[in-house]
Design a protein around this ligand. Structure first.
Ligand SMILES: N[C@@H](CCC(=O)N[C@@H](CS)C(=O)NCC(=O)O)C(=O)O
Length: 200
């Protein structure tokens, strides 16, 4: 399987979950501005929409969209979904929330120069992070199981740190827990990034 990604982007969540699931994959780095792969070829040939993440499965199927990819990986290995008959649905609910209510509206914060506009966006995003915090059932969103939703949240919290967006204090412990995981440590090393917390 091939994994198309850009370091530090939302594809980092896929990267983490692929390692959690211990799946074999070949990482392929995409320059998301030029849409070029490292060998100079055109990533749009693989994903005409040009964005990451994308997986090309061994049968050639191209899988895109964070929600679908993280859900698919979670079904490939045991212990990556919340327990119970509603576990997969609850996980999808949280992935959908992070994808549409946090990830997508977050992106302009990296580019907005107008303080009023950026302040408005911060006011929208703050309560959404707090809502996730209010749903925590343990060390992670669904208790003691680290899921794709946790991987996605971790990446969004890294982004929050980059733009100085305040998030609930409880996420400090979450970040520390996440950064103790081998999957997170090896992905950060592979993507050339530092953990947020020195304690990790
Ligand atoms: N709908 C896609 C969007 C993914 C996305 O926004 N990826 C960003 C990186 S965080 C990207 O590749 N942006 C470059 C572009 O849109 O051309 C998903 O949810 O997976």
């Amino acid at each position: 399987m091939e994994f198309y990604h850009a370091p530090g982007s939302c594809s980092q969540a896929t990267h983490i979950l692929l390692r959690e699931a211990k799946l074999d994959f070949r990482p392929c780095k995409v320059d998301i501005l030029s849409r070029a792969l490292e060998d100079g070829s055109d990533y749009a040939q693989t994903n005409p929409n040009g964005y990451v993440p994308a997986l090309v499965l061994d049968d050639g199927m191209v899988l895109t969209e964070n929600v679908a990819i993280l859900d698919w990986i979670a079904t490939q290995s045991a212990g990556l979904l919340p327990e119970g008959t509603m576990g997969r649905t609850r996980h999808l609910q949280m992935l959908g929330f992070i994808s549409t209510e946090i990830h997508k509206p977050f992106i302009p914060l990296f580019f907005l120069e107008d303080e009023a506009e950026s302040g408005c966006l911060r006011e929208i995003l703050g309560p959404r992070f707090r809502w996730i915090g209010s749903n925590f059932e343990g060390d992670y969103i669904f208790g003691d199981r680290f899921t794709g939703a946790d991987a996605f949240l971790y990446v969004m919290l890294r982004w929050a740190g980059m733009v100085g967006l305040e998030t609930p204090d409880m996420f400090e412990a979450f970040i520390e827990q996440a950064e103790r995981r081998q999957s997170v440590r090896s992905v950060l090393a592979a993507e050339g990034m530092k953990p947020l917390r020195r304690a990790a």
